[in-house]
Design a protein around this ligand. Structure first.
Ligand code: ADP
Length: 193
């Protein structure tokens, strides 16, 4: 385990020997987020993750403090439908500490997306806090295609509510669900997840 701040050649040899002695495990990553709703930016990160990991567990945050447009159940169901054909993806709702969820699901990587410098500070704090809580879990960042680097769930909801087209920004099922919400409510009144 990499806990030292610097290491000599000898330390490096020992660290590598230690790493080699760890038995091979399925490479599982957790991708946590609110996904209210999932956008093509999230999908881009998930597809990149599938090139690296054997399995990705998408962890949908139940956060009673954050107001959501879609319920936790709906957010999970939408993502399950999008990836119904991909057996290497599992979607679960979660609350509590992410490191506990990762450990319970036998994942040693947390996967996150970095859109712009503005994401960096929060992500940096979270990654270091998670490392303090469980040094065995690494956080890995990926950058989406430039087409999605400006995209957020909040922006999608705002644009859609104002009559803008979100066709290229979200999966088809999300566009359908947004339309259903708008027809039912006439406007978006966020609900608690
Ligand atoms: P948000 O509500 O900000 O859209 P989430 O909580 O759903 O984000 O985000 C989960 C993870 O996905 C975070 O690591 C976030 O930075 C990342 N993410 C969100 N949107 C994008 C995007 N357009 N491109 C890449 N990563 C993204």
């Amino acid at each position: 385990m990499l806990t030292k701040h610097s290491f000599s050649d000898n330390d490096l040899c020992n660290l590598l020997r230690e790493e080699r002695s760890v038995p091979w495990m399925e490479n599982r990553a957790v991708y946590p987020g609110f996904f209210d709703p999932i956008t093509n930016g999230h999908v881009d990160i998930i597809l990149r993750g599938l090139r690296i990991f054997d399995k990705i567990i998408i962890a949908v945050l139940k956060n009673p403090k954050k107001r959501a447009l879609f319920s936790t159940k709906d957010r999970v169901m939408i993502i399950q439908q999008i990836f119904a054909q991909e057996p290497r993806i599992e979607v679960k709702a979660f609350d509590g500490l992410l490191v506990d969820f990762a450990r319970k699901n036998k994942a040693n990587i947390v996967m996150r997306g970095l859109r712009a410098v503005s994401d960096f500070e929060y992500e940096f704090q979270m990654a270091l806090m998670n490392r303090k809580l469980n040094p065995e879990i690494e956080t890995l960042y990926m950058m989406p295609s430039v087409n999605y680097s400006f995209l957020s769930s909040r922006l999608v909801k705002e644009v859609f509510m104002l009559g803008g087209c979100v066709k290229d920004l979200v999966p088809k099922i999300v566009e359908k669900k947004l339309k259903e919400k708008l027809t039912k409510r006439r406007s978006f009144f966020p609900i608690n997840a």
